[in-house]
Structure formats: structure tokens, C-alpha cells
Design a protein around this ligand. Sequence first.
Ligand code: SAM
Length: 422
Amino acid sequence: NSMQTINEGSAEILCKQGHVFYNPVQQFNRDLSISVISTYNRLFRAGESKGETGEGERDAWKPGVKSENGLRILEALSATGLRSIRYAKEIPGVKEIIANDLSKSAVESIRENVIHNKVEDLIVPNQADATTLMYLSAPPEKRFDVIDLDPYGCPNKFLDGAVQSIKDGGLLLVTATDMAVLAGNTPEACFVKYGSVPLKTKACHEMALRILLRCIEGHANRYGKYIEPLLSISADFYVRVFVRVFYGPIVCKRSLCKQAMIYQCTGCETFTLQPLGTSKPVEKNPKLTKYGLPTGPTVNTHCMHCNHRHHLGGPIWSAPIHNQSFVNELLAAVQREPLTQLVTNRRIVGKLSVISEELPDVPLYYSLDKLCSVLRLEIIPVLKFRSALLHAGYEVSYSHACKNSIKTNAPPEVLWDILRCW
Ligand code: SAM
């Protein structure tokens, strides 16, 4: 078997051809993660460790140099070790990275690559089941500042261990690549895996993010913890969320108010959010199953705009999916000091710019193409439609998750009125 070299960022990875997992498309994901962890470290932790250690430590606050009070990072599913090696060489203020994988050959490859990249003092290769490793790391003195979960497909089975083995205020990074499930192709599978019913809608990518966030919050709540999303991204074939995890049983009681069900019309796709913890009347005398519930996935309420039935989806995370001031700091950092060889830098700046303008308090969005097709109108230029909404006194933004998206606080009847008069 011949060896192949892969260069990404400041890492050079050796792998036997066709042997261990390397996905070049995920470079965007790795680049972005480096920037997020660095910014998190600077904003939320740098003060702590610099305060304790003074000048000497500040000198060591460089990428590739071990920092005694720096971050302890767990990459629970590491494959070639590429991600961990880049974290070690590109993130300032790291103490230790555990690069873990279940597969023996993957861990052999991590060992070789760690030596090849001369980061032995920063990275500890480890062969274990990620779940077991995280459960064993639950005692407070063993917890991590940062945990990165980047599995194939669904991350659900790793979440319970992750929320327990992360420090208070720690940063959890989670990728989910099972987009078909999250975006509504198989609602039963999504309910089994994530505990939510997805809807087939133009807003399915943001809905996927909100299903994943709600799922993580649910796991955290079991241990008196809760999440605070810093950034949530839909890109290519996956979603990726960056959340802080805090301990706070009293705040957990507010978790209910951060979640909602969605009624979506089967005719015109108008959606209405129903926050959990409040009641919405279901039509009188609906046909019931033997468990006393309305039959099928539709509730017996009808859309006020076109009188078709509603589909019921959710629950989803309905609170903000980004922390706008963190996003602004991150964007400024990426523009100020683009990481060397950051091929995807422009794409990151583009995504973050759109995200920094997303309306934080408006979950989901409409797609202008879909709205026009419902009324059999020719496609209207997005800018004109946006300015009509602005003139009517409403706020409007794009969503980074969909081209031609309309995220607005205007009620649906206003959208339909504007389109009818077009
Ligand atoms: N994070 C890597 C990167 O950015 O290059 C890619 C990780 S790859 C998508 C998923 C890895 O998870 C595989 O190498 C697989 O061997 C490993 N894996 C699967 N189940 C695991 C488990 N229960 N514990 C630890 N590793 C596991």
C-alpha cells in the first residue's frame, strides 16, 4: 500500500491510500472550528489563565506551544488525527488534545501523524469507545474545556457523555451529517434519533439546526445543565453547532420556553410556531386514535390562508441559534488575521457576514420562490420583495441556510397581501 500525503492548513497528514477517512470537503468545517475555538478561548478563557500566570504564560500564548493553563480539548472521533493536529498547530493557548478513535488502524495513523507533525507534547493519541471515554471523564477534575464530536451521520449516542464530561461554560462542537433524516425524508427515523418530527419545508436546513440544538439541550437538562448557542451553521451536506454548556438547574426550568412545535400548512406552507407550555385549541371532535390523540400527522386545525390542513412538526429550539456579539467578534477576528493557508477564508467571511445580519428572534424563514409558486406568480426579485416588507415597517433578513430566503417578523398575512397586490 503506497502512502499518500495530504496538506491542510499547517498540518501534513500521511495516510495509506484508501485506508483512513479523509474528506477534503470538510476543510471548511475544520477551518471554521479553529477560528471558533480560538475566539472562544480569547473571549471567555484568556483572562482567566493570563491572570493566574502573568508574563511567562502570555509568551506561551502561541499556536503550537504548550500553555499550562490552556485548553484541554477532546476530539472524540478523530480518524487520521488531522483535525487535532491542526488544532494543536493553529490554536493559541492549548494545553492538551486527546485525539481519540475506536479503530486501531485510525489510532496508529494518529500516532504516526502526531510524530510527523512534531506535536507529541500537545496531542495524546487514544484508542477507546468515545462514549466510554467521556463517561470516565465525567468527574469534575477530568472534564474538558472543549469537546468536538464529528461522527459519521447522527451524533446522538455521544451527546449524553459529552454534556457530562465538559466543564461549566465549556465549548461543545457537534456535526450531524444525516441531513436526509433531519430534513424530513423519514420523520419516524428523526423522531427515534433526535426526538423531534421534522417537516419537509424550504426552511428544512434551519429546522435541522434547531432539531439538533433541542436534542443537545434535552441531554444537558438531564444533568441540570443547559446550552447557549454561539454559532449554528448549515453547509454542504451537514449541520454544525457550537454551543456552550452551563450548569444551572434553575435556568433549566426555562428550557420549556426555548422550544416550540410548528404548524405548517399542507397547501401554502405558511407556518406558525406554537411555543411549548402554552395551549392552542385543537378543532372540536377530531377523529381520535385509541390513545386519544388526533389521527395521523395532521392536527385537525386548518390554515387560515388557504384552508388546507396543518402538519405538526417539532419540537424545535426556538430561541436564538447564534450569539450575535460572538459572531461579530469571530467575523472581525477572521478578517483581521486570516489563518495562514486558509483557503476557505472567503467562504467563512461570507457565511459569517450573512449570519451576523440574520434576525436573531425570528425562527425559520420563507422561500420567495415557494411563495410565488403558491400564487402562480412569476419569480419576484428578492430585493424588491424585501424593500416592500421594510416599507411596511417590518424587519427582514436572509438566512445563511437558504438562497432567496425571507426571514421576517411580518406575520404571514402581510406576506400574502403584498404578493396578491404585486
Ligand atoms: N473528525 C475527523 C476529521 O475532521 O478528519 C473525522 C472523523 S470520521 C467522520 C468518524 C470517525 O469516528 C471514524 O474514524 C470512526 O472510526 C470513528 N468512530 C466511530 N464510532 C466510534 C466510537 N464509538 N468511538 C470512537 N470513535 C468512533
